[in-house]
Design a protein around this ligand. Sequence first.
Ligand code: SF4
Ligand code: SF4
Length: 452
Amino acid sequence: MKNSSAPPRIHVLAKPTGAACNLACQYCFFLDKELLYPGSRFRMSDEILETYIRQLVEAHGTPQVTVAWQGGEPTLMGVDFYRRAIELQKRYARPGMTFENTMQTNGTLLDDEWCEFLKENDFLVGISIDGPRELHDTYRVDKGGKPTFDRVMKGLRLLQKHEVEYNVLVAVNRTNADRPLEVYEFLRDEAGTSWMQFIPVVERIDEDGRRLYQQGTSVSERSVLPEQFGAFLGATFDEWVRNDVGKIFVQTFEASLRNWMGLPSSGMCVFEETCGLGLALEHNGDLYSCDHFVEPEYLLGNIQDTKIGELVAGEKQRDFGRDKRDALPRACRECDVLFACHGECPKNRFLTTPDGRPGLNYLCAGFKAFFHHVDHPMKIMASLMRAGRPAEEVMAALAGEEEAALEGAFAKTGRNDPCPCGSGSKFKHCHGQKGSDRGGKHRRTSAHRTGP
Ligand code: SF4
Ligand code: SF4
């Protein structure tokens, strides 16, 4: 039976191979987690699997249950493990209950058999690609240090061939963050992706240079810089909001729009007021507060001893979730974009505020710039949606505004001044020429694409 004080819907990231992976991406914080379980084979047993599925069903008050598989690399378990998981879901389902299985994978072990299984069972697959070859291969390498781009793209093409539903996760790091349009256009035009997630790489390291636990105030040289991340989001947003609304879905933009609309949930835990409903299950049944806090202090218990529903509803986890809001420094509480940011993820809150208080988010400068940058188009989209009209109409609205602004600028420009369209030519040789088609000629210049 469901625990009466348990929340209605929870999200558990199950890691059936623990941190074990066939690759060795340089920024991966999971790999260090192998140290938490010395000597382990990192394979979830059938007994733990059954306990997990049974308890997950019991813990849900809603008829929809998400079963999320992650790692390490979850495909290392082999397809049969997931066949058993599907059988168990059918066995323990209450009448009317439906399951959505999701899997985050590096894609390198996918083959036809995998993809047939994933399609047959309606999995939503997240595949990690950091951009075109050169950018992807910067950090996403195998254990021998060899590039992985070709193997990942082969996996992506197989997902596409079998029409498996998928999205692409980009780890935004110090290198690819400087080339936002290359990343976005590659995913959209060459990889053929319509759903993207941009996850900032923030590798926090302690005084001894270790990154096992969330400690220390420094970051690795692979970590994205705050302003760089804001500029990356801003530049991709500009491209998206002018051309791709309604066709391409970027998780951060969708979540932001929901917050601008004042909806009860953004759909992204990092932009929620509180958290605590996204837990992590290790291969041996240990349940942790969150995937980013798989460390002894945040171990809630083992599901063989205490049920998931009880662990989630327990004081320790509730405090963890509420702390996201209650521990916000004053700088955040008084921030004009708090409604959209909510101080982002507690794992990144290791800076001090200008008035010397702890708990400011490392990415603050980037998020603040990004949220200010998108405020105007977000407001347009939010009012369109509230009026029951499609958000895509924002593209025409912005184009009209830009055209009017350019016409205003043309009227004030001297013949020998630089053309306001950003072409770099003199006005008299550009939009100032007699008979020039001012409206359309240079509307999409790089000047319109700058980030925050
Ligand atoms: S700690 Fe961060 S990643 Fe974990 S649930 Fe909270 S906001 Fe999400
Ligand atoms: S933008 Fe910065 S100050 Fe504002 S809520 Fe986010 S982390 Fe806090």
